[in-house]
Ligand binder design. Structure first.
Ligand SMILES: Cc1cc2nc3c(=O)[nH]c(=O)nc-3n(C[C@H](O)[C@H](O)[C@H](O)COP(=O)(O)OP(=O)(O)OC[C@H]3O[C@@H](n4cnc5c(N)ncnc54)[C@H](O)[C@@H]3O)c2cc1C
Length: 376
């Protein structure tokens, strides 16, 4: 029996466990500190009150797969050379080790943000912001991406469209100034059509914006955001996408040595790390694609094939091509999509399909399919 140890039961870990469950001669241990999974986009649903915490959680009790054992434990140390992992409950050794621990946030990297910033990138943050919304009835709402890379590049724009809609529905939009700031040069740099649609969407809704500019700090006392060039912008409510970073336990393992910007270094074709038998997938890896669940799922498929081939003493023909569909909610019950292809050709391609009610159905059908595949 080959033992595959998967750290993290998010998009990447769930898909990989599901695929390996069909493979003979393999037993899988899947470790996560949480008792349940939820989709990243569910935070938007919670933010505007369409869903609640309880309605979006999927319990790992319902993740039942042949040959896969789920353990709710916290990973405290990883030794990639020995493929040995320590948790709060014990020690594991593996023939193949897959690190799928996602990305953590570092709100303290932006002075003043912990004290005075709001966020919706954690479920607790989305709930807190939802509870704050009724008190935002006038003034300046500043929404800012603090540092790339961040999860799901379209999510901050989706939140802006949905917040605009919320303020309209509550009769306060005319009294609120909405401004968006990002250090990225454009909303979705590899897709000019998508960027244009988002900027057109901002303009149609009276949302002003700054791209290619970075906010470095908040001064909670004066309620101003301070740009890298020293300019200040006043706010009444500041909603930020915090800086992301690799989880501490991953950094301490040495896996980030040689990784781009402190992430785990992988060969983007097969997600192997420089350590024999060790892979990294999803948000924690430095594959040159955005941090998004669709890519974590696609990477899991490639790793499953690679492990299967190595067990057969063979070479996998499967390669990660950086392809996936990102859905973008524009409000009004409409969703657009961008079909990205980062690695199959000489340059990324990312054609855009404009918003429609049909794409809203497509997005939720994709999510329902995954839920059925993993949790039933
Ligand atoms: C607001 C928002 C909207 C989004 N919308 C979309 C979307 O529409 N489409 C899309 O594709 N992506 C979307 N995403 C991004 C998506 O959620 C992530 O990219 C995806 O979850 C990454 O998958 P992953 O497997 O790498 O990590 P995760 O899904 O984050 O899983 C990592 C797992 O590791 C566990 N873990 C971490 N540390 C430890 C430890 N020490 N011990 C044990 N367990 C640990 C965590 O509990 C977690 O379950 C969105 C994200 C946000 C924030």
């Amino acid at each position: 029996m080959n033992h595959v140890l998967i750290l993290g039961a998010g998009f990447g870990g769930l898909e990989l466990s599901t695929r390996l469950s069909d493979l003979d001669g393999v037993d899988v241990t899947l470790i996560d500190r949480s008792d349940s999974f939820y989709y990243g986009f569910s935070k938007l649903d919670v933010l505007i009150g369409r869903e609640t915490r309880d309605s979006v959680l999927m319990s790992y009790r319902d993740f039942v797969k042949k040959g896969v054992e789920f353990r709710q434990e916290t990973v405290t140390a990883i030794d990639p050379s020995a493929r040995r992992v320590t948790t709060n409950r014990g020690t594991y050794e593996a023939d193949y080790l897959v690190v799928a621990l996602g990305a953590d946030y570092q709100p303290e990297a932006t002075p003043g943000f912990v004290e005075d910033g709001l966020e919706f990138y954690t479920l607790a943050g989305a709930e807190r912001l939802r509870d704050e919304l009724p008190s935002i009835t006038s003034g300046r709402v500043l929404i800012a991406v603090l540092r790339p890379p961040y999860k799901c590049p379209p999510a901050p724009y989706e939140a802006t469209f949905l917040l605009h809609e919320y303020f309209v529905q509550h009769g306060v939009r005319d009294a609120i100034e909405m401004h968006f700031v990002s250090p990225m040069p454009a909303p979705i740099p590899p897709s000019p059509d998508t960027s244009k649609a988002i900027l057109d969407g901002f303009e149609a809704r009276g949302v002003t914006y700054d791209f290619g500019r970075r906010i470095d700090a908040l001064d909670p006392r004066r309620k101003v955001a301070v740009f890298a060039d020293g300019e200040e912008r006043p706010y009444d409510a500041f909603i930020g996408i915090p800086k992301h970073r690799v989880p501490d336990v991953v950094e301490a393992s040495g896996l980030t040595k040689d990784g781009a910007d402190g992430w785990v270094h992988v060969d983007p074709r097969n997600l192997r790390t420089p350590f024999a038998g060790v892979y990294a997938i999803g948000d924690c890896a430095d594959a040159p694609v955005p941090r998004a669940g669709v890519f974590a799922v696609a990477e899991a498929a490639v790793v499953a094939e690679d492990i299967a081939a190595r067990i057969r003493n063979d070479e996998s023909a499967e390669r990660f091509l950086g392809q996936g569909t990102c859905y973008i909610e524009f409000g009004g019950g409409e969703v657009a999509k961008v079909d990205v292809d980062f690695l199959s050709g000489p340059a990324p391609k990312a054609p855009f399909t404009p918003p429609s009610a049909e794409l809203l159905r497509e997005k939720y059908a994709w999510a329902a399919d995954r839920r059925t595949r993993w949790f039933s």
